[in-house]
Design a protein around this ligand. Structure first.
Ligand code: PLP
Length: 370
């Protein structure tokens, strides 16, 4: 429970709405004696694949592993470059570095996603893949990105960790690239009660390889055909995720409704993330931009409203990325946005009363009624 009158998010609300069904399901799984992988996980994978509009979904231990194992699966390694966005969560670039490949950043545009107009300048003879990050639950311009990838014969690996159910021209996040990667972390739109991740693909060979990689290369209980890892999903998590998946479309719709209310109310005082034609974001985060971000955040905190900054330091300026040789000024748009972005409370179980309080206080701040 947050102490703010309007918490940034309150995960317990979703649980309360599903409590009986979840507890009965957990009880059933615990009684079954099958706790890792198995029928619940397989059923979840089938249902998740269907939801995402792909042939295969392979669950793993978390969203970072789903990116990292995808890199492994595609054979990316030392000497290879993968282009991605500098304004993501650290895991996007980490997964590239984790296979000894080099993360290469390219600046973003107003949508917080890779700017297709700048992308081609980052391509070198060593580039093997592009990793668009569908940040905030808004799908990157996949027509333009796929066109570039096709012309340069590059893989597209979608980091769709924040975008399950979001669409671009009617097609779901995670169904564009050779692989799509999702996080099922408790704060994500489809959330386990712990860590979880998912890879989507239409490629049967990649699906089989990922199943080996996530489970020590084991083809059968006693036969290991490649060196793999332990990155498996628990049956309890899968069973819970199956329940939640049935509500996801409605939850995303609720988030879209709250976003529309924010757009309409705040458009005149801040930059709002209004979707363009053909976009249906799911608002994992609702991020406004203003030159007065720090002042506004402090003001709202004083009025009991919790907000966050996702993310204050772009990846290319993180100490972990120092060896890549970027500096301040390398990606002006991402850097400017880092100083102006503010994530407002918005989640499916949010209420209009709470939202009105957020809106009223933001308008008070800008209209000098503070
Ligand atoms: C864009 C992005 N990529 C990757 C990840 C990594 O997912 P996980 O935390 O499940 O490892 C996250 C989650 O925080 C994310 O937001």
């Amino acid at each position: 429970m947050s102490s703010a009158n309007v918490p940034f998010v309150e995960l317990g609300r979703q649980y309360q709405g599903l409590r009986k069904e979840i507890l009965e399901t957990i009880d059933r799984v615990l009684a079954s004696g099958q706790y890792i992988l198995g029928p619940e996980v397989e059923a979840f994978e089938r249902e998740a694949a269907e939801f995402c509009g792909v042939t295969h979904a392979i669950s793993v231990a978390n969203g970072s592993d789903s990116l990292w194992l995808s890199m492994k699966c595609l054979g990316l390694g030392a000497g290879d470059e993968v282009i991605t966005a500098p304004n993501s969560f650290i895991a996007s670039a980490w997964s590239i570095a984790a296979v000894d490949a080099t993360p290469v950043f390219s600046d973003v545009d107003d949508t917080f996603n890779l700017d297709p107009a700048k992308l081609e300048q980052a391509i070198t003879p060593r580039t093997k893949a592009i990793m668009p990050v569908h940040l905030t639950g808004r799908v990157a311009n996949m027509d333009a990105i796929q066109d570039i990838a096709t012309r340069h014969k590059l893989h597209v690996i979608e980091d769709a960790a924040q975008a399950i159910g979001a669409t671009w021209r009617g097609k779901k996040a995670g169904s564009f690239g050779i692989v799509g990667s999702f996080s099922l972390h408790p704060l994500k739109n489809l959330a386990a009660f712990g860590d979880g991740g998912l890879v989507t693909t239409d490629d049967g060979k990649i699906a089989e390889q990922l199943k080996l990689l996530r489970n020590h290369g084991l083809k059968t209980r006693d036969e290991s055909v490649i060196w793999g890892y332990n990155s498996r999903l628990d049956a309890v998590q899968a069973a819970v995720l199956r329940i939640k998946l049935r509500h996801l479309a409605a939850w995303n719709k609720a988030s879209q409704g709250f976003a529309a209310r924010y757009h309409a109310a705040l458009d005149k005082v801040v930059t709002v993330p209004k979707p363009g034609d053909g976009e249906a974001p799911i608002y994992h985060r609702y991020i406004i931009q203003t030159d007065r971000r720090d002042e506004l955040q402090k003001f709202l905190a004083g009025r009991g409203i919790d907000t966050k900054v996702n993310y204050p330091t772009p990846i290319h300026l993180q100490e972990a990325a120092a060896k890549l040789g970027y500096k301040k000024g390398s990606f002006p748009v991402a850097e400017r946005q880092a100083g102006q972005i503010l994530s407002l409370p918005l989640y499916p179980e949010f209420t209009q009363v709470e939202q009105d309080k957020v809106i009223e206080n933001i308008l008070d701040f800008f209209n000098g009624r503070a």
